[in-house]
Each structure stands twice: as C-alpha cells, then as structure tokens.
Design a protein around this ligand. Structure first.
Ligand code: ATP
Length: 267
C-alpha cells in the first residue's frame, strides 16, 4: 500500500512569494489499482507525483510505501514522464535495461529482461533500434518498459500520453490497461483529460486549483470492464460514463480562491 497523509508542499517563488502547491493531500494506492489524479493546470498534480517519486520533499505530511517512508528516488518506484527521457545514444534494449545496469545486473540477464518487457509493450523487434528511429508512441512504450525493468512496486506516470495524437493516445491507453492486467502493478497516473481519467482509473481523485487539494474521489470499474470485454465504444457510450464526466467537469472547473498567503517554508 502506498499511503500519502496530509501532504503539503510550499515553494519559494523567485519573487519571494510562497506558492502553496499542495494542500494536505491524503491518498491510498492499493495493489492492483490505477489511481488517476485529475485537475486543472497548476493544481499540484506533478508536485504530488514528484513527492511520491522522491524527487522533492514534502513540507508537511508523510508518504509511505509498504510501511517504509519515501524520502528519495528508488527502484521501487518506476516513473514515466510526458516527454521521454531515453538516452539517444543507447539502443532500445539498453534504454530499457538502464536501471538494471545501475543495479549491477549482468549483461545477459539485462538483455533477457529487456526483451521480455519489450514483448509486453509490443516492441520485441525493436530491441536494437535507437530512439530516433521510433515514433512518439513507441518511445513512450519504451519508457513504460524501462520503468517496469526493476520490478517496481508502483508505476508513477505524469501525463505520459499528453503529447501524443488522439489515435496513438487511445492505443496507449489500451496498451497500459493490458500491461496493468498482466503485471498487476499499481499505477498513479496524472492527466488533464476527464475522459482518460474515467477510462483508466479504478479510482479518480479530483484536485482543486491552487492550493492543490483533493476535493473528490470516485471509485470506478470502467477499466475492469474494458479489460474483460475490450469494448471501448460500450464504455464511452454508457450513460454512467457521461454522467460522471459532467459531474467531474463541474468539479474541475469550479472556481476556487487563490490562497497564496505568505507562509513560512517548512522543509
Ligand atoms: N519548483 C517550483 N518553484 C516554485 N513554484 C513551483 C515549483 N514547481 C511547481 N510550482 C508551482 O506549484 C504549482 C503546482 O505545480 P504543478 O506542476 O504541480 O501543477 P500541475 O497540476 O502538475 O500542472 P500541469 O498540469 O500544468 O502540469 C504551480 O502553481 C507551479 O507554478
């Protein structure tokens, strides 16, 4: 279980103001769940993800993964960003195996694991290609395979499909559901898209504009339905999908007051 408890983050902006980016967020991410955080630009979604990844410290509150406090980045959390961070001079297989190289895994074992993961994301024949030979969607697949290489307890995905065209994005959503169904990995996923959140999330949390606060939580089963029936149209045209879409839309767009009052920055 990943537990976020009363997590707050304050940043010191360049002009001396204190930006209250995240306000007492609490969240549980159980095994086998996909928790999607949804909210307007600047509401603190990436701040929350970066804190879970260990890239930035909380100002207040705590994050634990299976009871262990999360302080710094670790192989137990795999991260995928919107912009791929593949090494251009390394082959696809070597990119996938990067974390394993850092962990001292022997070359042959690394290659086997990379090939296995490339199979999982449908890129088995691209092991020896280089990133520039791949499309944006393919590079994101490599990113997912790389994030899975160290067998992390959780995948953290920060708008991973945000830069892709809509067709590729739909394909990637389905691929992610397949990866989730086959690996059982828990996933924390950030998006601006209500439709993407509803389609992918076993839980959707809606965040308010700054200071980012979790204002609503929805437990859903569209993703399990898709994994079982593989009928996207049936899901997207379901009346309950449209109702939830409207409900969440009004929550996301509800006006909230700016409350960046000067406060001490707690580290
Ligand atoms: N290092 C930083 N220093 C100062 N302010 C920051 C810093 N990082 C983020 N912020 C501010 O914190 C707030 C939350 O930012 P964050 O990137 O978490 O939002 P977001 O919801 O992920 O936005 P987007 O959807 O546009 O990526 C924003 O107002 C942002 O300007």
């Amino acid at each position: 279980m990943l537990q976020v408890r009363n997590a707050s983050v304050f940043f010191s902006a360049r002009d001396g103001r204190v930006v209250h980016a995240l306000d007492r967020a609490s969240l549980d991410i159980d095994a086998n769940s996909i928790v999607v955080a949804l909210g307007a630009s600047g509401c603190g979604k990436s701040t929350l993800l970066n804190a879970i990844a260990g890239f930035l410290p909380l100002s207040e509150g705590s994050i634990t993964l299976d009871g262990q406090p999360v302080g710094s980045p670790g192989a137990d959390r795999g991260v995928v960003f919107q912009k791929d961070t593949l090494l251009p001079w390394s082959s696809v297989a070597d990119n996938v195996a990067l974390g394993l190289r850092f962990a001292g895994v022997p070359a042959r074992e690394r290659r086997e694991r990379a090939e296995e993961l490339l199979g999982l994301v449908g890129l088995e024949s691209f092991a020896d290609a280089f990133p520039h030979e791949l499309s944006g969607g393919m590079r994101q697949r490599v990113g997912i395979a790389r994030a899975l290489a160290t067998d992390p307890k959780i995948l953290l995905m920060d708008e991973p499909f945000g830069a892709l065209d809509s067709l590729t994005r739909e394909q990637m959503q389905e691929l992610l559901i397949d990866v989730w169904a086959r690996t059982g990995k828990r996933i924390f996923f950030i998006t601006h898209s209500i439709e993407e959140a509803l389609f992918l999330g076993t839980t959707v949390v809606v965040m308010s504009p700054r200071p980012g606060r979790i204002v609503a939580r929805f437990d859903l089963d569209f993703v399990r339905r898709f994994a079982a029936e593989r009928d996207v149209r049936a899901i997207l045209s379901a009346p309950e999908f449209a109702e939830l879409y409207d409900e969440i839309r009004s929550l996301v767009h509800r006006p909230h007051a700016e409350t960046d009052t000067p406060r001490k920055v707690l580290q």
